[in-house]
Design a protein around this ligand. Structure first.
Ligand code: UDP
Length: 253
């Protein structure tokens, strides 16, 4: 294959120039990081699983009319996506308290929230992605009021879809993060779900046992991350044979 131009390398993914204008290739690495990259490891098979899982969720969203950047999977680790202008915000939706909201507001982990709560963080590693208000977002010009309304609507549709899909396989969606991008069509812009949706960016708890099946397994050193992600993929029927061999040989036959 001809050597492609690398456009960006992040903690878990690489973006390459795509085959046609307006497209990119998104490559999923095996690297895991937490606490703003203070904790790092390489988890064999994670990239393959996240490529498949993100495909599964984004494809499902496209099918129900929630626009995403996803076009198609190319191979085990790569997918073709639309090039978007990423809005520099992490959009977080919470159904139950976990992680930073527990620390910030003293809410016990696992407590059901009165309604889904949408939060925004400013994407800036040096500052540790600080929580920001709609006032900050508009005052600093990161997004308009119309964008904000559209982002909240998109995030809540993603929440309904993901919650339902996970509930059907016995998993509770505690919270998740998405990123949103702009696609320009002349002067007209559309907002689409971008980046990835995977257990790296969601909190997923088994409904019966309460076991964590997401990146908290790595953050908190409470088990085998690849096995947890494989379990999510297995329940959703999204299980590439190779990843199975790499992580849980006894599962295939
Ligand atoms: N999250 C993420 N990337 C980030 C920060 C958060 O994907 O840079 C996800 C995280 O996995 C969780 C949700 O967003 O599903 C809410 O995270 P929280 O604010 O509780 O932060 P954390 O406890 O992860 O620092």
């Amino acid at each position: 294959m001809a050597r492609r131009k690398k456009l960006y390398e992040g903690k878990a993914k690489i973006l390459y120039e795509g085959p046609e204008p307006g497209t990119l290739v998104q490559h999923f690495k095996d690297d895991a990081t937490a606490f703003n990259a203070e904790k790092r490891d390489v988890i064999e098979g994670k990239g393959v699983l996240n490529n498949r899982l993100s495909e599964f969720f984004m494809d499902g969203l496209n099918t129900i009319g929630v626009p995403t950047h996803f076009i198609r999977r190319i191979n085990m680790r790569e997918q073709l996506i639309r090039s978007v202008e990423i809005i520099p915000l992490e959009v977080i939706v919470r159904n139950r308290a976990a992680g930073s909201i527990c620390k910030r507001l003293g809410i016990p982990e696992g407590e059901a929230l009165p309604r889904p709560i949408v939060e925004f963080s400013f994407k800036n590693d040096e500052l540790g992605d600080p929580l920001v208000s709609e006032e900050h977002i508009i005052a600093f010009g990161w997004a308009s009021q119309q964008d904000l309304d559209d982002m909240v609507a998109l995030a809540l549709r993603v929440n309904d879809f993901l919650s339902g899909v996970m509930l059907a396989v016995g998993i509770r969606l505690i919270d998740f993060k998405i990123e949103i991008g702009r696609i320009w069509d002349g002067d007209f812009q559309r907002l689409v779900v971008a980046d990835e949706i995977s257990p790296d960016s969601c909190r997923l708890w088994d409904i019966k046992s309460g076991d964590k099946l997401d990146k908290d397994v790595f953050r908190q050193d409470i088990g085998n991350l690849a096995e947890a992600y494989t379990e999510v993929a297995r329940r959703l029927g999204v299980l590439p044979a190779m990843a199975t061999q790499m992580t849980k040989p006894h599962l295939i036959n």
